[in-house]
Write a protein that binds this ligand. Structure first.
Ligand SMILES: *[C@@H]1O[C@H](CO)[C@@H](O)[C@H](O)[C@H]1NC(C)=O
Ligand SMILES: *[C@@H]1O[C@H](CO)[C@@H](O)[C@H](O)[C@H]1NC(C)=O
Ligand SMILES: *[C@@H]1O[C@H](CO)[C@@H](O)[C@H](O)[C@H]1NC(C)=O
Ligand SMILES: *[C@@H]1O[C@H](CO)[C@@H](O)[C@H](O)[C@H]1NC(C)=O
Ligand SMILES: *[C@@H]1O[C@H](CO)[C@@H](O)[C@H](O)[C@H]1NC(C)=O
Ligand SMILES: *[C@@H]1O[C@H](CO)[C@@H](O)[C@H](O)[C@H]1NC(C)=O
Ligand SMILES: *[C@@H]1O[C@H](CO)[C@@H](O)[C@H](O)[C@H]1NC(C)=O
Ligand SMILES: *[C@@H]1O[C@H](CO)[C@@H](O)[C@H](O)[C@H]1NC(C)=O
Ligand SMILES: *[C@@H]1O[C@H](CO)[C@@H](O)[C@H](O)[C@H]1NC(C)=O
Ligand SMILES: *[C@@H]1O[C@H](CO)[C@@H](O)[C@H](O)[C@H]1NC(C)=O
Length: 444
C-alpha cells in the first residue's frame, strides 16, 4: 500500500481521534444488550438520559397489539421514560415478542409493566382482578398481578434462561382478567459461570434480589452492575426499622471473588453489609410478606453473597437456615473475599422466603450479610415445535402475509395456545411436537 500524502494522513488521524473521543465520551454499553421501549410511536431509537442505554421501538420484535401511552398525569412519576409507552394485546390469547439470541447462551430477560391508566378504565384501582400470564417461550414463567396496584408503579419480572435456538421469546397470555400489556423488555447476556444451576431444562424467575447495609438507592442496576441485575435496598424496604440494634458496615477496599465464584456480583454492591449489635445473636430476613397467591407453591433457591468487611478480621461464624431448615452450618465469611453460597439444583419445597442467620457458640461476633438473591424454579418441560416446521410456517405466514390472531408464538406448544387450524403430533412424549397438517390457505 502506498503511503498517503500528508494531508490524507492528517485527515485519517483526525478521524481516528474523533472515533477515540466518541468512544470515550459515550460509555460503551456491554455488548448484546437489547433494550426495547414497547409501544414507542417514534421510529427512532433514543438514549435514556439516566440509564445511558439506547432504547428502540418494538415493531420488529412483535406482531399484534396496540400502542398506548400512560396518562399525562403519571408520566413524571414512572420509574423511567421507557415506562411512558406500552403495547397492549386486546386480541388473541397469546402474543409473543421474539428476540435474537445465540443458541446455548445464558440470558437475563426482564419485562416491566407500568399501567398508568392508559385505557382510562382504572383497572388497577377498581377492585377487580387484573392479572395475566407471562411465558418464556412455551413455558410458564410468572403471572403479572396488578390488582390493587398503584397506577404509576412498575412491576418487573426477571428470568434467567438458556436459549435453545437462535431466538428467545416472551409471551403475554390473556387469563380472562384484563388485557395484557408490556412497557419495556430487556435482554442481557450472562456468562456461563453465572447461575450454574440454570440449563436448557431449568430456568429461574427472580423472587427477590437485595443488597444490605446503609443504602438509600431504591434500585441499583447498570452501570454499577455490568449485567444490569436490579438490586433492591433492604434498608429502604425496612424503613424506620433499620436502626439499632442493626449495624451498617462499609468499605471502599476492592473485593475479590473466591476461586470458583462465577456470579460476578460487583464490588460496589458487596462493599456494604448489615450486621447486628453483639447483644443479639441472629439476623432474620423475612420476605414472606412478598407472598402473593402463588407464592406458597413456588420452589425457591436462595443465593447468599458474603464478605467480611470488618477491618480487624474478627472471628465471625454463623449457621444459615431457610424456613427452619438448616442450609449452611458454621459459615465464616473471608475478609474482602466474596463467597456465594447456594445449594445447586436444590429448591425449597415451600415458597416461604424466611431466612435466619444464627451465630455459632464459638463466634465472637453476630452474623453479617452483604447481598441475597432468591429465585423460583421455572421448569422448561414443554418443548418447542420442530425447528424446520417452525421455519416452514414462518415462510408460509410471510408469503401469504397472514396476520391471524391465533398464529402467534410457537405453532404447537403448549397445546392450549397452538395455532388454530394446524394439526400437531405430540404422540411421542419427551419429543418435540411436529406439524402434521396445515389448513388451506387462500391467497389474498
Ligand atoms: C422522534 O425522535 C427524534 C430523535 O430522538 C426526535 O428528534 C423527535 O423529536 C421525535 N419525535 C417525536 C414526535 O417525539
Ligand atoms: C379509580 O377507582 C378508585 C376506586 O374505585 C376511585 O377511588 C378512583 O377515583 C378512580 N379513579 C379514576 C381516575 O377513575
Ligand atoms: C406445558 O404444557 C402443558 C400442556 O399444554 C400445560 O398445561 C402446562 O402448563 C405447560 N407447562 C409449563 C411449565 O408451561
Ligand atoms: C447512612 O449513610 C448516610 C450517608 O450516606 C449517613 O448520613 C447516615 O448516618 C448513615 N446511617 C447509618 C445508620 O449508618
Ligand atoms: C461507613 O462506615 C463508617 C464507619 O466505619 C461510618 O462512619 C460511615 O457513616 C459509613 N458510611 C455509610 C455510607 O454508611
Ligand atoms: C449491649 O451490650 C453492651 C455491652 O457490649 C451493654 O453495655 C448494653 O447494655 C447492652 N444493651 C442491651 C440492650 O442489652
Ligand atoms: C436484640 O436483642 C434484644 C435483647 O436481647 C432483643 O430485645 C431484641 O428483640 C433483639 N432485636 C433483634 C432485631 O433481634
Ligand atoms: C469489628 O471487629 C471487632 C473485633 O472483633 C469488634 O470489636 C467490632 O465491634 C467489630 N465492628 C463491627 C462494626 O462489627
Ligand atoms: C439441569 O440442571 C438440573 C439441576 O439444576 C439437573 O437436574 C438437570 O439434569 C439439568 N438438565 C440438563 C439438560 O442439563
Ligand atoms: C441459634 O443457635 C443456638 C445455638 O448457638 C440455638 O440454640 C438456637 O436454637 C438457634 N436458633 C435458631 C433460630 O436456629
Amino acid at each position: 500500500m502506498a503511503i498517503g500524502s500528508g494531508r490524507e494522513l492528517t485527515w485519517i488521524f483526525e478521524l481516528l481521534l474523533i472515533l477515540v473521543m466518541t468512544t470515550q465520551v459515550r460509555a460503551q454499553p456491554p455488548p448484546g444488550f437489547i433494550n426495547i421501549d414497547c409501544g414507542l410511536k417514534n421510529f427512532s431509537a433514543y438514549e435514556d438520559a439516566n440509564l445511558k442505554l439506547r432504547y428502540s421501538f418494538d415493531d420488529e420484535f412483535v406482531e399484534g397489539g396496540e400502542k398506548h401511552e400512560v396518562l399525562p398525569e403519571f408520566m413524571a412519576s414512572t420509574i423511567d421514560d421507557n415506562q411512558n409507552t406500552l403495547r397492549s394485546f386486546p386480541d388473541g390469547s397469546r402474543n409473543c415478542y421474539t428476540l435474537p439470541a445465540t443458541p446455548g447462551k445464558k440470558y437475563l430477560l426482564r419485562a416491566i409493566f407500568t399501567y398508568g391508566n392508559y385505557d382510562r378504565l382504572n383497572k388497577t384501582q377498581d377492585g377487580s382482578l387484573f392479572r395475566f400470564g407471562l411465558y418464556v417461550g412455551v413455558n410458564f414463567w410468572d403471572s403479572v398481578d396488578l390488582s390493587n396496584w398503584r397506577t404509576d408503579d412498575a412491576v418487573w419480572k426477571e428470568v434467567v434462561t438458556v436459549a435453545t435456538g437462535s431466538s428467545v421469546s416472551v409471551c403475554l397470555v390473556n387469563f380472562g382478567s384484563g388485557t395484557p400489556f408490556i412497557s419495556s423488555l430487556e435482554l442481557r447476556p450472562l456468562l456461563d459461570t453465572m447461575y450454574p444451576f440454570v440449563n436448557t431444562s431449568v430456568s429461574v424467575s427472580m423472587f427477590i434480589r437485595l443488597r444490605f447495609g446503609n443504602i438509600t438507592e431504591v434500585i441499583t442496576r447498570y452501570p454499577t452492575d455490568n449485567y444490569d441485575r436490579f438490586w433492591g435496598s433492604y434498608s429502604v424496604r425496612m424503613g424506620d426499622l433499620y436502626q439499632y440494634p442493626y449495624i451498617s458496615l462499609n468499605t471502599s477496599d476492592n473485593l475479590e471473588n473466591l476461586p470458583g465464584n462465577g456470579f460476578k456480583v460487583p464490588s460496589a454492591i458487596l462493599q456494604n453489609a448489615m450486621s447486628i449489635d453483639a447483644n443479639n445473636s441472629s439476623i432474620t430476613v423475612s420476605l414472606s410478606s412478598l407472598s402473593n397467591k402463588d407464592a406458597l407453591t413456588l420452589k425457591l433457591l436462595p443465593i447468599f453473597h458474603f464478605t467480611e468487611l470488618n477491618a480487624s478480621n474478627p472471628n465471625r461464624r454463623f449457621n444459615i437456615y431457610s424456613a427452619g431448615e438448616g442450609l449452611f452450618p458454621g459459615f465464616s465469611p473471608s475478609r474482602l473475599k466474596v463467597d456465594s453460597l447456594y445449594q445447586s439444583g436444590l429448591f425449597t419445597q415451600t415458597g416461604d422466603a424466611y431466612f435466619i442467620l444464627n451465630k455459632t457458640a464459638s463466634s465472637s461476633l453476630p452474623p453479617l450479610i452483604n447481598a441475597l438473591e432468591v429465585y423460583a424454579l421455572v421448569l422448561m418441560k414443554n418443548l418447542t415445535t420442530d425447528s424446520d416446521d417452525v421455519k416452514y410456517m414462518k415462510d408460509v405466514k410471510a408469503q401469504y402475509n397472514l396476520a391471524r390472531t391465533s398464529w402467534n408464538g410457537d405453532p404447537c406448544s403448549p397445546i392450549e395456545y397452538s395455532w388454530k387450524g394446524l394439526t400437531c403430533d405430540y404422540s411421542k412424549s419427551n419429543q418435540i411436537p411436529r406439524i402434521i397438517t396445515v389448513p388451506p390457505i387462500n391467497e389474498p
